[in-house]
Design a protein around this ligand. Structure first.
Ligand code: ZN
Length: 410
């Protein structure tokens, strides 16, 4: 059962004070993080990208995948996750909630995941969450939300020796705000503090299904937001709701998308794109989406243009010789190269933040090849606390303080 405690009057903080905290604390941009998403036992081996990792650039693995591979699990539980992966960088372990979404009937128990987290000792561990599906019924998504909050309580009770990351899910501002409120209440109840990290999940399907223009039912005051805009606004909103927490937005850290997600207020993103693009035979270059090295039959993806040849040749990813032929014939080399490009893109964006109006032209040039660059003005607005004449603080105020049935996540 989800704890239904309201913050009682004898507590030092009233709801109104929590809302004031949200608006008073302006922590600004601190350290950013990026995570290379990877299978647990991949080719190329995780250690081959160790040189690209650091305190702020880590590895993201999936707990559910490990649970479904008992032999690998045994090794990890014996020697610890980092020894298994042969790396020293930070490792985040996701619960793998999105697997439940893809495959019906598969489930893992929160108790089992707690056991794994305890033995594997990742630096960051994600709450067992059940992401939403924009195509599912209201009651199915309601059940998913309720289960996720229930799991959060169990994981807090377990007092894990890792940084736990609760995850906000919601496809409307109202849901995101009510969900956030519940997470804050649960933290208040169990730890009397704020979560150090907060995740924003369920955003991947919105970008996947959006095709750029289809409206989604945001239930917000403004129904004109398309799916990408909603994702950016949701990022800005959650950052405002959890100003003291690092915000990780799950699954949408592609080389161009990451710029806009960081721009909207995320402190941390992850991507498996470096491997996926390589698997499709493609490589990436900074500011450029994926390209084939040679023309391929029946494939519409662009081939790396002559004008980018010099940039391609002087890439310092360490692949030697750095030729089209060499990368074209090896998935491993393409993946290494792409990982390096992600790292560069991550380093590049840090200098461009925050997205302010005086940087508009600079940002447009910076993202010149991305179709997402049309959203830069929207993100600048979000950074100023509003969009299309709606104030983010007002939206939070309206939903946060509304007289709702606390048992009902709506
Ligand atoms: Zn390279």
């Amino acid at each position: 059962m989800i704890t239904t405690c309201k913050i009682s009057s004898d507590d030092e903080k009233t709801e109104q004070q929590i809302v004031s905290d949200i608006f008073d604390n302006n922590s600004g941009k601190n350290d950013l993080f990026f995570w290379f998403g990877t299978p647990i036992n991949p080719q190329p081996k995780v250690k081959s990208i160790a040189k690209f990792t650091s305190k702020n650039v880590g590895i993201l693995v999936n707990g559910a995948e490990i649970i479904f591979k008992p032999k690998i699990r045994e090794k990890i539980e014996k020697k610890g996750l980092k020894n298994f992966l042969e790396i020293n960088s930070n490792v985040m372990m996701d619960s793998g909630g999105f697997i439940f979404q893809k495959k019906q009937g598969i489930s893992i128990k929160v108790e089992d995941l707690i056991k794994l987290y305890n033995k594997a000792s990742p630096d960051y561990a994600v709450v067992l969450d059940h992401p939403l599906d924009p195509t599912a019924t209201y009651s199915k998504n309601y059940y998913r939300q309720k289960k996720t909050l229930d799991n959060l309580e169990k994981m807090l009770q377990a007092n894990l020796d890792t940084t736990l990351i609760p995850v906000v899910h919601g496809h409307s501002f109202r849901k995101i705000i009510n969900y956030s409120k519940k997470i804050l209440e649960i933290y208040k109840d169990y730890t009397n503090s704020y979560p150090k990290w907060i995740g924003l999940g369920s955003m991947v399907p919105l970008l996947k299904y959006s095709k750029g223009s289809k409206n989604i039912p945001t239930h917000s005051k403004d129904k004109r937001l398309n799916a990408p805009m909603f994702v950016f606004a949701a990022t800005a909103l959650v950052k405002k709701l959890f100003p003291k927490s690092k915000l990780h937005v799950f699954g949408i850290g592609g080389t161009t998308t990451m710029n806009l997600i960081y721009g909207a207020g995320a402190d941390s993103v992850d991507s498996v794109g470096w491997r996926l693009k390589a698997a499709h035979g493609a490589i990436q270059l900074p500011g450029l989406s994926d390209r084939f090295l040679f023309p391929r039959k029946n494939k519409s993806r662009k081939v790396l243009e002559e004008e980018h040849e010099e940039e391609f040749l002087k890439c310092e990813c360490g692949v030697n010789p750095h030729t089209r032929e060499n990368l074209d014939k090896s998935f491993n080399l393409r993946a290494l190269h792409n990982a390096y490009v992600y790292l560069n893109e991550f380093e590049r964006i840090k200098n461009m933040l925050p997205f302010t109006s005086d940087k508009l032209e600079q940002l447009k040039t910076y993202l010149k090849t991305s179709p997402l660059r049309k959203y830069i003005p929207f993100i600048i607005e979000l950074n100023n606390g509003y969009f299309k004449n709606y104030n983010l603080s007002d939206i939070i105020q309206d939903y946060y303080l509304e007289n709702e049935d606390i048992n009902k996540i709506n």
